[in-house]
Ligand binder design. Structure first.
Ligand code: NZQ
Ligand code: ZN
Length: 387
């Protein structure tokens, strides 16, 4: 196990009706907030009205910026930065999913920076400080509600890139599983896939002697797998929605990364796909992850066999670990398919004509991944397997 420092300062407020607390939580950070949200789901569900009322009751002034799209765009981030400066905003409140939260984080960092916010995503500059932000989460998926990162897409070239800093972690995150009842099945499944992928990125490590975090990863994966079909069949099953919602946060709050180095190659490859084709991040991961696993499993047959056995209950064949490992990969793919996810690029009508371009773009700044270092030709081969 490697040495580590763990600090995650986000206050999580979890449970039924907890969005009522948003006004009092926000009041600690000032008198003027930017209310940031997406394409309208929060207005349809009535959450918008409840949030506005709770905030106004504390005498806080609200400036609004809606319209965040999935795979959030840097142009709206720039608009948000201007609004914050114009109105002297103290605090940003993100109400929505990963896209809204990521857009809010980029605004929060950009307000404190004199240059263009995209500099943070190209490596030209690094985030050092952010406006404080808080979250009311409506979809368990990205884990951005307690993560220190943000992922934004630049329309110029369709680059989807990430940056991060500890000051980006939201000050509070309100998680009410009831708010997820209105999620369409497809979005629920995309979220489930994304949170599983966050665990898998951490699980496939070269670090030895990480039994505790291995087993925490396996337990979190099993909990997601056990509840996934229940939330799809019974969208208003509170207890199953609660398990999935908390798992989404645990998957990405860095608890499961302690003492180990994660991979993240599949995420980087997926960002090339959703950057260009604008598909849901979770769907992209269901396509990429089994292909990545198929490409790299021989690098550590023991780890893949352990995964197959402990997560998917595949019997270990000590004389043929490869067979065990391959069964685990097949079970992962079957599971994604069973919850309604695509498992090939063809299924989402993506041709193979831009695979070389994606591989080149994705590796512009060096090889991807850590478990196995992936160069341009490796990414090409993985995308071919995913096609
Ligand atoms: O825009 P609205 O109208 O709100 O609709 C959204 C959106 O269309 C809808 N939705 C959300 N909650 C709902 C709902 N519809 C009905 N009822 C509800 N309760 O769902 C759609 C998807 O929302 P989005 O925010 O895009 O989903 P998600 O949370 O999966 O976020 C995806 C983004 O997060 C990034 C991804 O790359 C992607 O851009 N990620 C961010 C990470 C981070 N910051 O730590 C890590 C992740 O790996 C990921 O890369
Ligand atoms: Zn993800």
């Amino acid at each position: 196990m490697q040495d580590f420092v763990f600090q995650n300062a986000t206050k999580v407020i979890f449970g039924k009706g907890q969005e009522q607390a948003v006004g009092t939580e926000a009041a600690a950070y000032g008198k003027k907030l930017l209310l940031h949200y997406g394409g309208g789901s929060i207005k349809e569900s009535g959450l918008y009205d409840r949030v506005v009322q709770s905030v106004r009751e504390q005498g806080i002034e609200i400036i609004e910026l809606g319209g965040v799209q999935p795979n959030p765009r840097v142009s709206l981030v720039r608009e948000g930065i201007s609004l914050c400066r114009e109105h002297n905003i103290d605090f940003i409140l993100a109400v929505g999913g990963g896209s809204v939260i990521d857009s809010a984080k980029a605004i929060a960092a950009g307000v404190k920076y004199e240059g263009d916010v995209w500099d943070f995503f190209t490596g030209k500059s690094a985030v050092t400080d952010c406006l404080p932000l808080g979250v009311v989460l409506t979809i368990p998926a990205a884990g951005s509600e307690t993560s220190n990162g943000t992922v934004i897409t630049a329309e110029d070239g369709w680059y989807k890139r990430a940056t991060g800093h500890p000051s980006m972690r939201p000050r509070f995150a309100i998680l009410n599983p009831e708010l997820t009842y209105t999620l369409p099945a497809y979005q629920t499944a995309c979220g489930i896939t994304d949170m599983m992928a966050h665990i898998l990125e951490r699980y496939f490590t070269n670090e030895k002697n990480v039994e505790l975090t291995d087993r925490l990863c396996e337990a979190t994966l099993k909990t997601i797998i056990n509840n996934a079909h229940t939330v799809l069949d019974e969208p208003e099953n509170y207890h199953a929605r609660a398990e999935i919602m908390w798992a989404g946060t645990v998957a990405h709050n860095d608890w499961l990364s302690t003492g180990r180095v994660g991979d993240w190659g599949s995420h980087d490859i997926e960002h090339e796909i959703s950057g260009i084709y604008d598909i849901a991040h979770g769907a992209g991961l269901a396509i990429v992850f089994p292909a990545w696993m198929t490409y790299v499993y021989k690098h550590d047959l023991n780890r893949f066999a352990q995964f197959a056995h402990r997560v998917w209950d595949v019997e270990i064949d000590l004389n043929d670990l490869e067979k065990t490992a391959l069964k685990g990969i097949e079970k992962t793919k079957q599971f994604f398919h069973s919850i309604g996810m695509p498992v090939s690029l063809r299924q989402v009508d993506i041709g193979d004509d831009r695979i070389d371009e994606m591989a080149k773009k994705g590796t512009e700044r060096g090889p991807l991944g850590n478990f196995v270092k992936l160069h341009e030709e490796d990414v090409q081969k993985i995308l071919q397997l995913a096609w």
